[in-house]
Design a protein around this ligand. Sequence first.
Ligand code: SAM
Length: 216
Amino acid sequence: MIEKDTYKDKGARRLLVEELKQKGIIDTGVLNAILQVPRHLFIHKDFRFHAYQDKAFPIGEGQTISQPYTVAYQTQLLHIETNDRVLEIGTGSGYQAAVLIQMGAVLTTIERQEKLYQKTKKLLTQLEYKANFIAGDGSIGYAANGPYDKIIVTAGAPRVPEALLQQLKVGGILIIPVGNNLVQTMHTLIKKADGNIEDISLDQFRFVPLIGNQAW
Ligand code: SAM
């Protein structure tokens, strides 16, 4: 059974949004989506009363739900517009997916852990967040639904997978943390009209590893 979204939860989300603003998130679309999406429904009930702290939590299978700041940071870089075709690699808890759908993205999301895939597909469907759920290795993308306006990778990669660049539209944006197993640098990659890729390095983060054919 799905838990309630109480006034207390809504109040806690308002405080979280204020905290994210102070940390530098300015995109009103992102902040509104974070205000709407009930994060407490995406984490284990043991963490229920910590859901609106700016923290990552375990979600099983050795994986985590990203910190709200990280979700907001990556989403802000995507510049989501209504009906953008978006590919997310690493469905995890489904929270990032819900934020993207809330912002009007037409989402394909891939998860390699079968149990998480099943659990999150069920939860997002119950909450009426509609997406194309794919079980498998997202490091090779998902060409069948591409090309994409935007691609977001929510696990740390050793390098940028070539397949993801191929599945990006001209003018499209890929956001991906790249580095070693301890620390990764966030990259924004933009596909130019001549096919060249502009690559901008940003802040450092720590993600669980992207595991797969074009990954670890
Ligand atoms: N977006 C998620 C959320 O909102 O909860 C973040 C989840 S976690 C930081 C990263 C996820 O990427 C994990 O669930 C992990 O199993 C998944 N993952 C790792 N390598 C993958 C791959 N090659 N393809 C798809 N998913 C992958």
